[in-house]
Design a binder for this molecule. Structure first.
Ligand code: SF4
Length: 177
């Protein structure tokens, strides 16, 4: 079974890839995260994935869209609910790409983070699975989150300090000031 794995960042991908491979799934990564800002941060996360995926022999497709302007235009009037827009943008693109390119199913590393809205992501993927007529592989990867983060640190992967968008960067650092 060939599965397209949406990858939000390398540290979150470590255990997801391992778990899927344990199930004998043929995994291909898909980078599509136009919500990561500023550009230097976007580039650091993407470059880290390039190095990491090369080191483990994982094929990754890069959809290199940097979407600061579109993202901010779409969420500025409802910042509290910005994550819904952010998830749907990334997941819809993933499901669509998977369908168009002959994959059997799709899934996402967003399902490993205890900081994300897990049930919302699951529901969104289930809906997209119906819309695009492609299977969604659901796994609650969260059980492996800490172990994956530790493994990523040991591998010297780039560890981000905030979720991704410019608003999450503000929230992270304003608390520290
Ligand atoms: S906090 Fe994270 S999930 Fe929410 S909008 Fe920002 S980058 Fe996306």
């Amino acid at each position: 079974m060939k599965v397209l794995l949406h990858i939000c960042c390398s540290p979150c991908s470590v255990k997801c890839i391992e778990e899927l491979k344990k199930d004998k799934i043929d995994v291909v990564g898909y980078w599509y995260n136009p919500n990561i800002h500023p550009y230097t941060e976007y580039r650091s996360r993407m470059n880290c994935l390039k190095d990491y995926s090369n080191s483990i022999g994982l094929e990754v497709i890069y959809n290199n869209e940097y979407g600061l302007v579109e993202f901010t235009k779409n969420v500025i009037n409802n910042l509290k609910d910005r994550c819904s827009y952010c998830y749907s943008k990334r997941l819809e693109e993933t499901a669509n790409y998977a369908k168009e390119n002959g994959y059997d199913a799709f899934t996402t590393t967003l399902l490993i983070s205890p900081y994300q809205k897990h049930e919302d992501i699951k529901k969104m993927c289930e809906d997209l699975s119906k819309k695009y007529k492609i299977d969604f592989i659901y796994k609650d990867f969260r059980i492996n989150f800490r172990e994956g983060q530790n493994e990523a640190r040991n591998l010297n992967l780039y560890m981000q300090k905030y979720c991704g968008c410019i608003y999450s960067e503000m929230e992270r650092y304003l608390k520290k000031i």
